[in-house]
Design a protein around this ligand. Structure first.
Ligand code: NAD
Ligand code: AKB
Length: 315
């Protein structure tokens, strides 16, 4: 029987992934944790504990007491916020990963999931159809921490035989929980502002193309990777996943199909430089070939669901 620990269950991904894992493994077998309270549906459907992942002692106690077999470690400081507080963000992103890797080794857990990001790429990386293996010179605190993290999880796989699995998520779009301080957050904020005020001032320029993915596709990719037989995985660092590629202008046009008087204006801020260093479009053939990565949502389908669900949410 699998016993799963989710670290960072109250965030954009954790608030949805935890519920999916509870459906798969049983509510009581998925222990949700975060440094802040969880959403009501997580609190009501299964176990939850306040846990600071930097507290290695408590992390070990929870893993032992709950007989944990797998960890999903989602706690991190994302790109925009990390640029505002570089050293504490580096500490949280790296120190938390080492705590999880060391406990996985000490308790001989079966496997861990730790997400990487398109932020591992940098200004010298080829921007179009960015390959799995390519030049990687990230120039953000967040990107450097993700690239270092990829190297460390690969190291623990090679050196200690720990089954580490990871995806380089693009910008994730969802309606349940607000995005957590990243550069791709405009693609979530825009929907709320379009529905509330019919206008949005974007912090990136109109033609800034970035890879993005709708949350149901991200959740499916995550559980598919974690469920895949290890013999199918050619790498234990992190897989490229592409999702959909669009610009703020293209997203604005798609929203206008549903809200014809929606207006978008542009006032790029410090996040423009970060976005300019990331790829436009990713090549995800290694993930497709190894474990069958697929997507369901394109830009129109995702936009339709986002507008319908956020209208319901805002009443
Ligand atoms: P988020 O900021 O929404 O959620 C992170 C959660 O971690 C928060 O609930 C926060 O309270 C918690 N947390 C922070 N510090 C903690 C600590 N010390 N101990 C315990 N919990 C702590 O982030 P997210 O968008 O859900 O991202 C989850 C992971 O996926 C991160 O590693 C992130 O880098 C990665 N990722 C996210 C995206 C995206 O677009 N959302 C894209 C690429 C990669
Ligand atoms: C961010 O913008 O920081 C995240 C990411 C792509 O990692 N959404």
């Amino acid at each position: 029987m699998e016993r799963i620990l989710v670290i960072g269950c109250s965030g954009q991904i954790g608030s949805e992934l935890t519920l999916e894992l509870r459906k798969m493994y049983g509510d009581s077998n998925v222990v949700a944790t975060d440094i802040r309270p969880a959403p009501a549906d997580i609190l009501e459907s299964g176990p939850f504990e306040i846990l600071d992942v930097l507290d290695a002692g408590k992390l070990q106690l929870v893993c032992e007491h709950e007989k944990i077999t797998q960890i999903y470690h989602l706690a991190a400081i994302l790109s925009g916020n990390a640029e505002k507080r570089p050293m504490p963000s580096w500490d949280i992103n790296m120190h938390s990963l080492f705590n999880v890797l060391e406990i996985t080794k000490a308790l001989k857990l079966k496997k861990i999931f730790w997400p990487s990001s398109i932020a591992v790429f940098g200004p010298t990386t080829p921007r179009m159809n960015t390959p799995q293996y390519t030049i990687m010179e990230p120039n953000t605190v967040y990107g450097i921490s993700k690239l270092a993290g990829e190297r460390w999880i690969e190291y623990y796989y090679q050196k200690y035989g720990i089954d580490t699995r990871s995806l380089r998520y693009p910008g994730l779009i969802s309606y349940k929980t607000e995005a957590g301080g990243g550069t791709t957050d405009y693609a979530v904020e825009i929907f709320y502002e379009a529905i509330r005020r019919k206008k949005y001032t974007c912090f990136l320029s109109s033609e800034t193309a970035l890879p993005m993915m709708f949350m149901p596709d991200a959740i499916k990719a995550t559980v598919d990777l974690m469920e895949a037989d290890s013999s199918r995985l050619s790498l234990h660092s992190s897989y490229n996943v592409a999702g959909i590629c669009f610009t703020p202008h293209a997203l604005g046009m798609e929203i206008k199909k549903h809200i014809p008087d929606f207006e978008i204006t542009y006032e790029p801020d410090f996040r423009q430089v970060i976005a300019d260093s990331w790829p436009d479009r990713i090549d995800d053939n290694v993930a497709r070939n190894d474990w069958g990565l697929t997507y369901e949502y394109d830009l129109p389908k995702m936009t339709e669901v986002m507008i319908t669900e956020i209208r319901k949410k805002l009443g």
